[in-house]
Design a protein around this ligand. Structure first.
Ligand SMILES: *[C@@H]1O[C@H](CO)[C@@H](O)[C@H](O)[C@H]1NC(C)=O
Length: 380
């Protein structure tokens, strides 16, 4: 952990005499090397052209602080080494450092907002394109389009053709794939699973749902209406009939329910959010999912870990199954088998996407790439 920091300090200390030292380095090539090296300042950073030299840290600039619509300067960047064990990342927040960044992260929502009033977000895209055309985009620098909303809530995609080099999103086929969460293999029996599984005796309620945006036209609201006529479902959050989340906190609250309605706001490939990872799997409630199809969920979660609304011909059949599980503890418990082998990893926003972008740059070769039809890909 200490190594990258020490290296960075070394670089900074050597920054003053670097010009002189570079000149000395050039002389070295022509003159007797040993004599020359002896005159160098103590412990200089290895010259970038030396074989086996430690690679300079990868600079990743965050163009906007996500959802704030302004530059990220002032936001303290995370330490990717400490947080994710990734060495050699230099996270930048100051746009003045554009020239030093190997990658620049552009958060889609802020790009569109900044581009107002043009509804397609082309305003800001045009500004960025002008920046690129003005030569402010160093060769080799990658512009990364970052988005965690589903296509249904991502306006303005069409103005962004050919502007970015990479995509970073929850889509598994992104250049930088950052899901909302994932199951990781437990290191051993001592590695706690996804938090203690609350004893069934403490599960007082049958099903819970947390919703902040209520829209009667949404599939999830229509399904809730049908189910709530058949089952007791407690709704929390700012939307519709939601009650405020009590002071004990979300995870404690949801742990008291047998089922959690992990209903996504829209159904799209790989669009599986913290509703599944945090509110259900981490809290210890069996997820009833509405989102992409079952096969899509099974790419990320064992098949026996969740109930898919598509498994049932009608809301009544789904309700009957939940009633059955409510009465049969042994069958209900089978939904928690995954916890023996896996723990839940929740993605930390926005630290983790930022550090993962750095990791991707480190792993990538020099191959140039342009995201042509961004809308066509993301909406597919
Ligand atoms: C990034 O995309 C631009 C076009 O938007 C392209 O000119 C440049 O070569 C690309 N760079 C890399 C490293 O892929």
């Amino acid at each position: 952990m200490a190594a990258p920091r020490a290296r960075r300090r070394g670089r900074r200390a050597g920054a003053g005499p670097r010009g002189a030292w570079a000149a000395a380095g050039l002389l070295c090539a022509a003159l007797v090397a040993l004599a020359c090296w002896a005159q160098l300042p103590p412990a200089p950073p290895s010259p970038p052209w030396a074989p086996g030299a430690p690679r300079p840290p990868v600079g990743v600039l965050l163009w906007w602080e996500p959802f704030r619509g302004r530059g990220a300067a002032g936001r303290p960047p995370p330490d990717c080494g400490l947080r994710f064990g990734l060495r050699g990342c230099r996270l930048l927040t100051d746009r003045a450092a554009l020239g030093e960044a190997q990658a620049v992260l552009f958060h889609h929502r802020d790009l569109v907002r900044a581009g107002a009033p043009s509804p397609d977000g082309a305003g800001e895209a045009a500004a960025l394109a002008a920046l690129a055309a003005a030569g402010a985009r160093p060769p080799g620098q990658r512009w990364v389009w970052m988005n965690f909303e589903s296509p249904s809530h991502s306006p303005g995609l069409r103005g962004l053709r050919g502007l970015f080099n990479w995509t970073l999103s929850y889509r598994a086929d992104s250049d930088v794939f950052v899901p909302y969460g994932r199951l990781r293999a437990r290191a051993g029996p001592g590695d706690p699973p996804a938090g203690p599984l609350p004893p069934l005796a403490r599960k007082r309620g049958l099903a819970a749902w947390v919703v902040s945006h209520w829209d009667e036209r949404q599939v999830r609201v229509r399904l809730y209406r049908r189910l709530s006529a058949l089952l007791p479902i407690d709704v929390f959050g700012r939307g519709g009939p939601g009650r405020p989340v009590p002071r004990c906190g979300l995870l404690h609250l949801l742990a008291r329910y047998k089922f959690y309605l992990a209903f996504e706001n829209s159904r799209h490939r790989d669009y599986i959010t913290e509703k599944l990872w945090r509110n259900a799997l981490l809290a210890g409630a069996v997820p009833v999912v509405l989102g992409p199809d079952r096969a899509n969920y099974e790419r990320f979660v064992p098949r026996g870990a969740f109930i898919h609304v598509d498994d049932f011909p009608s809301p009544a059949a789904l309700a009957a199954h939940l009633r059955f599980l409510d009465r049969n503890a042994a069958v209900y418990r089978r939904y928690f088998r995954w916890r023996r082998r896996f723990a839940v990893h929740l993605t930390s926003f926005w630290d983790e996407p930022w550090c993962r972008a750095c990791e991707a740059v480190q792993a990538a070769g020099g191959r140039a790439q342009v995201v042509g039809d961004l809308a066509g890909w993301f909406e597919s």
